[in-house]
Write a protein that binds this ligand. Structure first.
Ligand SMILES: NC(=O)c1ccc[n+]([C@@H]2O[C@H](COP(=O)([O-])OP(=O)(O)OC[C@H]3O[C@@H](n4cnc5c(N)ncnc54)[C@H](O)[C@@H]3O)[C@@H](O)[C@H]2O)c1
Length: 337
């Protein structure tokens, strides 16, 4: 197993596509990381050493970012574990629970650390909302209401795999919302849902509502759609994704026994004994950071034993399991084959 305590981490990045390219650009700027190579069969040139496959890597490495298509994560994680590399695996941890189990088994056998790329957990506003809840600023959380409603351009679905069921916003987008709610409230213990394909009419769910109950008693709804020109979404609210326009609107409201919170504004309501009193409202200064950078720095800390992963492969499997349950629940009951 790699051992680089106190030294610069030698990092590989597999899959230099949409998200892998962003990891690469950030990693090149981080002093405690030395990018020793990238792995991608489609790449013709790179700023660093380039390999067509994991098997072809002939440089020393401590860790790898696996940013390949989700259905390849298990194969690549097993290969990386066999080389003794710690790994940051993009979300979802895998495309199926069986594949996630392969990753968990291989990494435990090899004794290497895993971190799953649910990078929102590293967003400064998420850190803050978690702290506010832990401090009891709204009392005990009871209810959460989330709307993730964007309008994807029609040509987004021109890519063959997105045209059918795999283009559903549940596994692509809601997996992030589910992970955020799990981060705030713990494991989901019940899931229900209803969905439609009423506007785009393709063979996949496009809009719907998921209902979740968490182990701490919180119940939550996630309204979602990829067919609505709305300002509500994590990316729109925080400005976190360079490809999605920023609105600054809240997309999540959390109600507790003594108050309520809006996210990402972190607007805090409290001080009312019951419905006869007007609650006081405070709006803190917005907090922001680059979560992908924070995630890479955390990955360094995880790899050298300074921190436990904010989300391990085992935890990522739980987010996957809940998301798959939503996908099964919201598949429209008519109109889809
Ligand atoms: N955290 C996020 O917000 C976020 C955003 C986008 C994608 N993702 C996840 O990242 C992963 C990649 O998604 P993407 O949108 O970047 O995909 P993409 O299609 O843009 O890129 C995937 C890359 O992997 C390469 N690849 C394919 N087979 C390979 C192999 N055997 N070895 C090495 N490289 C190989 C491809 O050539 C391509 O360059 C997926 O799991 C996806 O769910 C996460």
């Amino acid at each position: 197993m790699a051992d680089w305590r106190g030294h610069v981490m030698k990092l590989l990045i597999a899959g230099i596509g949409l998200i892998g390219a962003r990891h690469l650009q950030h990693a090149l700027q981080i002093p405690q990381i030395d990018v020793v190579g990238v792995i991608d069969p489609q790449l013709t040139q790179a700023e660093v050493a380039h390999f067509a496959s994991i098997d072809a890597v002939d440089v020393e490495a401590d860790a790898i970012v696996i940013a390949t298509p989700s259905h390849l994560h298990a194969e690549h994680a097993e290969a990386a574990a066999a080389r003794g590399w710690h790994m940051l695996i993009e979300k979802p941890v895998a495309h199926s629970l069986e594949a996630a189990d392969r990753i968990i088994a291989a990494t435990q056998r090899a004794g290497v650390h895993t971190l799953v790329g649910h990078h929102r957990r590293h967003h400064a506003a998420v850190t803050k909302v978690k702290a506010l809840l832990q401090e009891g600023r709204i009392g005990a959380p009871v209810l959460a209401s989330m709307i993730w409603a964007m309008k994807k351009p029609d040509d987004y679905f021109d890519v063959p795999w997105r045209a059918g069921p795999d283009g559903s916003p549940v596994m692509i987008n809601l997996v992030h919302e589910v992970d955020l709610l799990r981060f705030l409230f713990g494991d989901a213990v019940a899931v229900q849902g209803i969905g439609t394909n009423a506007h785009r009419g393709a063979a996949r769910v496009e809009s719907g509502v998921a209902l979740l109950q968490f182990e701490n008693g919180v119940t939550a709804s996630i309204g979602f759609s990829d067919a609505t020109a709305s300002p509500y979404g994590f990316e729109a609210g925080t400005g976190e994704n360079p490809n999605i326009a920023t609105t600054g609107e809240d997309y999540l409201r959390i109600c507790g026994t003594n108050g309520a919170l809006g996210f990402p504004s972190l607007t805090l309501w409290g001080g009312a004994a019951d419905w006869s009193e007007t609650p006081m409202v405070t709006t803190p200064a917005p907090v922001s950071n680059v979560p992908l950078v924070a995630q890479l720095n955390h990955f360094c800390d995880v790899c050298n034993g300074r921190a436990l992963p904010l989300i391990s492969a085992l935890e990522g499997r739980k987010t996957l399991e809940t998301t798959l349950a939503i996908e099964a629940a919201v598949a429209p009951k008519r109109g889809l084959t």
